[in-house]
Design a protein around this ligand. Structure first.
Ligand SMILES: [Cu+2]
Length: 125
Protein backbone atom coordinates (compact mmCIF):
# COMPACT_ATOMS: atom_id res chain seq x y z
CA UNK A 1 0.00 0.00 0.00
CA UNK A 2 1.27 3.49 -0.81
CA UNK A 3 2.18 5.69 2.09
CA UNK A 4 0.50 9.06 2.01
CA UNK A 5 2.52 11.78 3.65
CA UNK A 6 0.49 14.76 4.60
CA UNK A 7 2.35 17.97 5.18
CA UNK A 8 0.89 20.01 7.96
CA UNK A 9 1.70 23.63 8.59
CA UNK A 10 3.69 24.03 11.79
CA UNK A 11 1.72 26.97 13.00
CA UNK A 12 -1.63 28.40 12.26
CA UNK A 13 -1.44 31.40 10.05
CA UNK A 14 -2.09 34.51 12.03
CA UNK A 15 -3.93 37.14 10.14
CA UNK A 16 -3.51 40.51 11.66
CA UNK A 17 -6.23 42.90 10.83
CA UNK A 18 -5.57 46.49 11.42
CA UNK A 19 -8.46 48.79 11.82
CA UNK A 20 -7.90 52.34 10.84
CA UNK A 21 -9.98 54.71 12.87
CA UNK A 22 -12.27 56.29 10.37
CA UNK A 23 -12.39 59.65 12.02
CA UNK A 24 -12.79 62.54 9.72
CA UNK A 25 -12.24 66.04 10.90
CA UNK A 26 -14.17 68.57 8.95
CA UNK A 27 -11.84 71.51 8.56
CA UNK A 28 -13.03 74.05 6.08
CA UNK A 29 -10.66 75.53 3.50
CA UNK A 30 -10.28 78.84 5.27
CA UNK A 31 -9.46 77.41 8.69
CA UNK A 32 -6.05 78.57 9.78
CA UNK A 33 -3.87 75.74 11.00
CA UNK A 34 -0.92 76.99 12.98
CA UNK A 35 2.21 74.98 12.42
CA UNK A 36 3.06 75.23 16.09
CA UNK A 37 -0.22 73.68 17.33
CA UNK A 38 0.25 70.06 18.31
CA UNK A 39 -2.28 67.62 16.94
CA UNK A 40 -4.58 66.70 19.79
CA UNK A 41 -6.33 63.37 19.44
CA UNK A 42 -10.07 63.49 19.95
CA UNK A 43 -10.80 62.69 23.59
CA UNK A 44 -12.40 59.37 24.43
CA UNK A 45 -14.08 58.20 27.61
CA UNK A 46 -14.99 54.58 28.32
CA UNK A 47 -17.99 53.44 30.35
CA UNK A 48 -18.32 49.83 31.42
CA UNK A 49 -21.64 48.03 31.62
CA UNK A 50 -21.37 45.36 34.30
CA UNK A 51 -23.64 43.87 36.96
CA UNK A 52 -26.62 45.77 35.54
CA UNK A 53 -24.95 49.15 36.00
CA UNK A 54 -23.09 51.80 34.00
CA UNK A 55 -19.68 52.57 35.54
CA UNK A 56 -18.91 55.39 35.99
CA UNK A 57 -22.52 56.30 36.41
CA UNK A 58 -21.96 60.01 35.92
CA UNK A 59 -19.23 61.67 33.88
CA UNK A 60 -18.40 65.17 32.69
CA UNK A 61 -16.67 65.53 29.32
CA UNK A 62 -15.77 68.30 26.90
CA UNK A 63 -17.76 68.78 23.68
CA UNK A 64 -16.36 66.57 20.94
CA UNK A 65 -15.63 63.69 23.31
CA UNK A 66 -16.43 60.22 22.07
CA UNK A 67 -17.89 58.01 24.79
CA UNK A 68 -17.43 54.27 24.32
CA UNK A 69 -19.62 51.84 26.23
CA UNK A 70 -18.54 48.22 26.55
CA UNK A 71 -20.86 45.50 27.80
CA UNK A 72 -18.99 43.20 30.18
CA UNK A 73 -22.18 41.62 31.50
CA UNK A 74 -23.47 38.21 30.51
CA UNK A 75 -26.78 39.89 29.70
CA UNK A 76 -27.59 42.06 26.67
CA UNK A 77 -28.02 45.77 27.33
CA UNK A 78 -28.59 48.96 25.39
CA UNK A 79 -27.48 52.56 25.72
CA UNK A 80 -30.57 54.69 25.14
CA UNK A 81 -30.74 58.47 25.52
CA UNK A 82 -33.84 59.85 27.24
CA UNK A 83 -34.09 62.50 24.54
CA UNK A 84 -33.54 59.82 21.86
CA UNK A 85 -30.45 61.63 20.56
CA UNK A 86 -28.59 58.31 20.58
CA UNK A 87 -29.62 54.69 20.89
CA UNK A 88 -27.52 51.57 20.58
CA UNK A 89 -28.75 48.25 19.28
CA UNK A 90 -28.84 45.39 21.76
CA UNK A 91 -25.28 44.85 22.95
CA UNK A 92 -24.14 41.32 23.65
CA UNK A 93 -21.22 40.49 25.93
CA UNK A 94 -18.11 42.24 24.67
CA UNK A 95 -19.96 44.53 22.29
CA UNK A 96 -19.19 48.22 22.23
CA UNK A 97 -21.19 51.27 21.23
CA UNK A 98 -19.85 54.76 20.80
CA UNK A 99 -21.32 58.21 20.47
CA UNK A 100 -19.64 61.57 20.05
CA UNK A 101 -21.14 64.39 22.10
CA UNK A 102 -20.86 67.49 19.94
CA UNK A 103 -22.90 69.92 22.02
CA UNK A 104 -22.94 70.91 25.66
CA UNK A 105 -25.78 69.61 27.78
CA UNK A 106 -26.87 66.94 30.23
CA UNK A 107 -27.64 63.65 28.57
CA UNK A 108 -29.31 61.09 30.75
CA UNK A 109 -29.62 57.60 29.35
CA UNK A 110 -30.75 54.15 30.38
CA UNK A 111 -30.92 50.54 29.22
CA UNK A 112 -34.14 49.97 27.29
CA UNK A 113 -34.18 46.33 28.44
CA UNK A 114 -33.66 47.22 32.11
CA UNK A 115 -34.97 50.77 32.57
CA UNK A 116 -33.77 50.85 36.18
CA UNK A 117 -30.23 51.08 34.75
CA UNK A 118 -29.72 54.83 34.46
CA UNK A 119 -26.72 57.14 34.11
CA UNK A 120 -25.82 60.58 32.81
CA UNK A 121 -23.20 62.30 30.68
CA UNK A 122 -22.62 66.01 31.31
CA UNK A 123 -21.03 67.81 28.38
CA UNK A 124 -19.42 71.08 29.44
CA UNK A 125 -17.03 73.48 27.78
CU1 LIG B 1 -29.77 46.23 30.44
Amino acid sequence: MPTIITKRPRAATVVALSFAAALTFGASAHDVVKASSPTTPAPTQTITIDKFAFTPNEITVAPGTTVVWINKDQTPHTVTARDKSFHSAGMDTGDTYQYTFAKAGDFSYFCSMHPFMTAIVHVRK
